[in-house]
Design a protein around this ligand. Structure first.
Ligand SMILES: Nc1ncnc2c1ncn2[C@@H]1O[C@H](COP(=O)(O)OP(=O)(O)OP(=O)(O)O)[C@@H](O)[C@H]1O
Ligand SMILES: [Mg+2]
Length: 256
């Protein structure tokens, strides 16, 4: 059993209340290094809330989040991002009127919390800008969007927006990437691209924790699966094992 301090990421007795709603209830699990981990569960289980807590968007009402032995509970998104942990959102956050390149460069500034003041130092700015543009070009290629490089964000399909968001997250050079429903609304033809992107990330040693409802996708990419319902963890293991768990079956049937 991996302990909180040895784990890649540990969620330890986390609760989150929104007024009278308890979105997350005393939730604990560890994410182990070397796995693509899937977080699954019925609608309203608390998955996205937990992703936001982990990624520094929300300080939990109770409990703590530990990244590679370091307590990151309540740290800012930019601080957590500099520590290598970056998330994407369930609804892709694309700037519709900006070209893809600008969508990616904005990501870098926001995710890493870089000081805008640095942009006023011309030589440094120029060198940095060139480097970032080259990196953005590479990432467009990586996620299969090079052929759309002249498009505006709003001209992409839903699936392409999801891929653009993954590329934007990668601009921050994460070591742990959190993906919230990476194939929701994605055309089946693009699902293979998402799978290939995740496999390449794994090949480069980037860890992935993802939320997804599509269990055949989860079965393809995840070697460890955590099941949540009503704000808490019901089971963890490989997909076949957790699917056979009585509590998991009941939770899914109960929400059907
Ligand atoms: N900002 C908020 N204010 C109030 N309630 C919230 C807020 N965010 C989430 N909730 C509630 O918390 C619960 C968990 O929501 P959450 O979005 O985390 O679930 P989820 O597992 O991601 O669901 P889905 O699979 O539908 O995306 C839900 O009851 C939701 O309505
Ligand atoms: Mg969600």
């Amino acid at each position: 059993m991996t302990s909180v301090d040895d784990a890649l990421l540990a969620v330890d007795s986390v609760s989150q209340n929104f007024g009278g709603v308890q979105a997350v209830r005393d939730c604990s699990f560890v994410v182990r290094s070397g796995h693509v981990t899937g977080l699954i569960g019925p609608n309203g289980a608390g998955k996205s809330t937990l992703m936001e807590i982990i990624a520094g968007g929300l300080r939990p009402t109770r409990g703590r989040v530990v990244l590679r032995g370091e307590d990151i509970t309540g740290k800012l998104r930019s601080t957590v991002g500099r520590m290598g942990l970056v998330r994407t959102f369930q609804t892709a956050r694309v700037f519709p009127r900006l070209p893809l390149m600008e969508n990616l460069l904005i990501g870098r500034q926001v995710q890493r919390g870089e000081s805008l003041a640095r942009a006023w130092l011309p030589p440094l700015w120029r060198a940095q800008e060139d480097e970032l543009r080259a990196r953005a070009e590479e990432l467009l290629e990586e996620v299969g969007l090079s052929h759309r490089r002249d498009a505006l964000g709003g001209e992409l399909s839903g699936g392409q927006m999801k891929l653009l968001e993954i590329a934007r997250a990668l601009m921050a050079n994460p070591t742990l990437l959190l993906l919230d429903e990476p194939i929701a609304g994605v055309n089946p033809r693009l699902v293979d691209t998402v799978v290939a992107v995740i496999e390449r990330l794994r090949g480069r040693g980037i860890e992935v924790l993802l939320v997804e409802h599509n269990l055949s996708f989860v079965g393809r990419v995840c070697s460890d699966v955590i099941v949540m319902a009503e704000g808490t963890v019901l089971a963890q293991g490989d997909l076949d094992t957790v699917r056979a768990d009585r509590r998991v079956i009941d939770a899914y049937l109960g929400s059907a």
